[in-house]
Design a protein. Structure first.
Length: 213
């Protein structure tokens, strides 16, 4: 009998607690529930301090590897960084690669950058110094900022297609040609993260540059 009484008391307490919680939720209204959902979502998606510190530590370690006296270590570290899914690590790799005096590291950074692009815009150079008639011809042929879409890449060979015209990234050069009087571009990596070269079309040629960062 005593056990049954205790059990009934517990049941009544549970029912009262449920009623109070339901009333509290109803009184709080949808705004309160929405605010609670936002807080929970932020707590779920926000990176933890430990995760941030771990990423920072990895970046410090890779920076040290990029400065290693062994060129093979530097190149292997850069390759791993370029393959990283972390945007910060990726951009650090490009920055270090293009700033390096090691030609192999510069070539690796260039290849990864070109193959990762979906499109690019060439900047015409020294057009203002051309004769008026020539200037008009150049702008008519090329437009003020020629743009191109990359339609296919082969990460293994460095072969690339720009609007179905064949091209290639090799060493520190990037070239493509549509044949005949179609577009033809030949660029070479200069100091830093800028490529310079020529763009030809319809029998006319103009100097161009392609910033990579």
């Amino acid at each position: 009998m005593d056990i049954n009484c205790r059990w009934l008391t517990l049941v009544r307490f549970a029912l009262m607690a449920t009623t109070v919680l339901a009333a509290s939720s109803h009184a709080a209204g949808p705004r309160s529930l929405e605010a609670t959902s936002i807080v929970i979502a932020q707590a779920t998606t926000a990176p933890s301090a430990d995760k941030i510190r771990a990423q920072s530590q990895r970046m410090r370690e890779y920076r040290a590897l990029l400065a290693d006296p062994d060129s093979n270590v530097r190149l292997a570290a850069l390759d791993e960084m370029l393959k990283s899914s972390e945007p910060a690590m990726h951009e650090l790799a490009f920055e270090a690669g293009f700033a390096s005096a090691d030609q192999n590291m510069r070539a690796l950074a260039l290849r990864a950058r070109i193959l990762s692009m979906k499109a690019f815009i060439l900047e015409l150079q020294n057009v203002e110094k051309l004769e008026d008639e020539r200037w008009r011809r150049v702008i008519q042929h090329f437009g003020p900022s020629p743009s191109f879409t990359i339609t296919k890449v082969d990460a293994q060979t460095g072969n690339i297609e720009i609007q179905q015209c064949p091209g290639r990234v090799a060493g520190q050069e990037f070239t493509f040609s549509c044949g005949g009087n179609g577009a033809a571009v030949r660029l070479r990596l200069t100091d830093g993260a800028v490529m310079t070269g020529t763009y030809s079309r319809l029998g006319a040629t103009v100097a161009v540059q392609l910033p990579l960062q």
